[in-house]
Design a binder for this molecule. Structure first.
Ligand code: SAM
Length: 227
């Protein structure tokens, strides 16, 4: 284990088996694990018999906690950063710490693994050669502008969305983008994994009588008119 290093360790997006041998080794060998949700991470650590100390690092304590973690690294100790699911730095608080660690002249080592949007994209059937990942759309301010920009986008568009906002987002996609091919990739790697493929209007119809639950990657065909 290298001294004074921040490891970005990718963890499963649902199925506990989706973690690399190297990730488990790193989690066992580091001096400290910084986790977005310590309770969730402890389930994973127990499963793999990892007994390393865990501390919390999430959006509401990141400013206060970063100097503490930097001190720790400067003492020559190593930290593994894990987030709720998937790869740290993708739509989660890891970016803030990564930039400070780099500014401090310390080393960051990625331990690659699952990313929800990549899993959704490759199984979607939409164009994978060129795509754009947008994370979560703004909920209020800037939403209209972002939707207008994205409507012109030729590459496959990938969004993260919560189940209680999916209908509103699909209504917006229909209004701003037209009746494009979309895919809802839901609960990937989990028991109720589902990929819904079709035009926006069809998908809206199919989910009209249902309560949509779970975690969602929404994929939208790029603008066919500008191609
Ligand atoms: N760092 C994560 C990654 O590498 O994908 C993403 C973290 S972001 C806070 C959480 C969002 O990712 C969820 O709201 C959902 O949109 C998406 N997501 C995470 N796990 C998922 C899964 N199993 N199936 C579908 N979407 C998932």
């Amino acid at each position: 284990m290298e001294a004074g290093v921040l490891y970005l360790v990718s963890t499963p997006i649902g199925n506990l088996g989706d973690i690399t041998f190297r990730a488990v080794e790193v989690l066992k060998d580091v001096d400290l694990i910084a986790a977005e949700d310590t309770r969730k991470t402890k389930i994973l650590l127990n499963h793999y018999a990892v007994s390393t100390a865990v501390t919390s690092f999430y959006s509401y304590n990141q400013v206060k906690k970063t100097p503490v973690l930097l001190d720790f690294l400067n003492q020559g100790k190593s930290i593994a950063l894990v987030t709720d699911a998937g790869t740290p730095g993708i739509s989660d608080p890891a970016y803030y710490l990564v930039t400070r660690v780099i500014q401090a002249g310390l080393r960051v080592i990625p331990i690659p693994g699952p990313v929800a949007f990549v899993a959704g994209l490759v199984a979607s059937g939409l164009q994978t050669r060129r795509f754009v990942f947008e994370g979560f759309l703004p909920v209020k301010k800037g939403r209209k502008t972002r939707l207008e920009q994205l409507a012109r986008e030729e590459r496959t568009i990938i969004l993260y969305e919560s189940p209680h906002r999916i209908r509103r987002t699909l209504d917006d996609v229909l209004n701003y983008f037209g009746d494009r091919q979309i895919v809802i990739a839901r609960e990937l790697t989990k028991k109720f994994e589902e990929l819904l493929r079709g035009r926006v209007s069809e998908i809206l119809e199919r989910i009209s009588q249902k309560v949509v639950k779970g975690e969602i990657v929404l994929l939208i065909e790029g603008n066919p008119k500008t191609k």
